[in-house]
Design a protein around this ligand. Sequence first.
Ligand code: GTP
Ligand code: MG
Length: 348
Amino acid sequence: MLKRCSGCGVVLQDANETKPGYVKDLNHDLCLDCFNLKHYSKVNSVTIHTGDMPQIKEEALIVYVLSVNHLNLRLKYRLDRHFPNSPVILVINHIDTLEPSVNLNRMIERIRQEANKLQMKFVDVVPVSALQDKYVDVLMASIEHHQKQRNVYLVGFQNSGKSLLFKRIASHLNIETTVLSGKKPGLTLADFEIPFNQNKLVDTPGIYLPGSIASFLPYDSYKDLIIETRVKPKIYQLNEQQSLFFGGIFAVSYLDGGFKGIACYASPAMQIHRTKYDPTYEKFNQLQTTMKHTIIGVNFIKQTYRLQPNLAYELAISDVAMIHIKGKATIEVYLPETMRVTLEEALY
Ligand SMILES: Nc1nc2c(ncn2[C@@H]2O[C@H](COP(=O)(O)OP(=O)(O)OP(=O)(O)O)[C@@H](O)[C@H]2O)c(=O)[nH]1
Ligand SMILES: [Mg+2]
């Protein structure tokens, strides 16, 4: 039988060091990548697993794990169509990274309203922190309530915290698991399962998100930029025709809308620099070489967004910044062509 890595689930092989699953000795339990991640916090491989929504053929209970870092992508998938016969619990993870003033009930109510509009139903919406073990017991009670002799699958985008949540639930049940969690997107490569109320609870490989920071920078560099601790937003009072440079990674320009405060949520490692708007971004291009976090040698493009009055927006750029802006404005983002950028109504 093929032996799998106990951290990520990849099939182990000792033939090719450059291919996934490599081990020097097939008696080892962790592939080289997982070994390096676990013991040295190092990731050498640059390939990202590009898995899509997992195929779950049975009638199951789906636990859809969404990180607050991905709130903008909350409507990206019609889960009711992917899993037509399976009820879905929505879990909002990483709530420890939000400011304490964020009203979670209001956020949940808004998400429910949006889902209802799409005639998509969540049987429950539960905010949790897998890291701090907050409300994991509430989630487990909800799973038990909705499970009804079905298997339970944790699904969600890469890095949403499925594996950490899986480990937390396992430890509540006094079950040992070896699955690894970490900032590398696409870490889990196969299903992991534990018994759960006469059925099973399954951690699945994450859904690939194109345009993630990991497709542009090596792990050593992007790991500082992924938001995993509480971030106090940096508030900038901007005049029209001003730009903010986010390291050498992207720039956000405020073109019109009057004098306005905007709130930037990013890792403290992200250097933010305010300057005068220049449509050629010449200064940005010059500064790029001097920045600690920078993306050079790819094509940059400009995207323009017109924001409506009376609405609060979140502009999310890759996995590294969420920018909150209220009311009428024109915003231009200058960023690598294939980097992900989304604009949605803000939920907090
Ligand atoms: N602050 C915080 N960090 C979390 C939380 N849950 C997970 N993380 C961190 O987020 C990163 C990703 O967690 P994983 O559990 O590996 O995510 P995943 O969804 O299994 O990712 P894939 O296997 O790639 O699909 C890890 O560095 C975790 O420590 C949380 O509730 N709060
Ligand atoms: Mg995982």
